[in-house]
Design a protein around this ligand. Structure first.
Ligand SMILES: [Zn+2]
Length: 89
């Protein structure tokens, strides 16, 4: 099994996509990976269904603030990104 090939990362795997999607939403991911995630989500309704906003907000807030309460601007940003993502698919 091949690991650590960041330039040629596979986003065919749903779990992998869902792991990285938080970075994607937080703009912490490189453009190529972001595109790959967007492409995967465009083809995979399962991922889009599984990826729920509340979970994303909680996870991101926990990662960046260590707090359970999402700052409203962060929450809005995530919800907006997800809405845009769903609409463009
Ligand atoms: Zn998927």
């Amino acid at each position: 099994m091949n690991v650590d090939r960041p330039q040629d990362e596979s986003f065919d795997d749903c779990e992998h996509v869902l792991e990285r999607v938080y970075e994607f939403l937080d703009n912490e991911i490189d453009a190529a990976s972001g595109d790959a995630i967007r492409r995967h989500l465009a083809m995979c309704e399962k991922c889009l269904d599984q990826f729920d906003v509340e979970e994303a907000v909680k996870s991101m807030v926990h990662r960046c603030c260590g707090d359970e309460v999402a700052p409203s601007h962060l929450r809005m940003k995530i919800v907006t990104q997800l809405t845009v993502l769903r609409r463009t698919l």
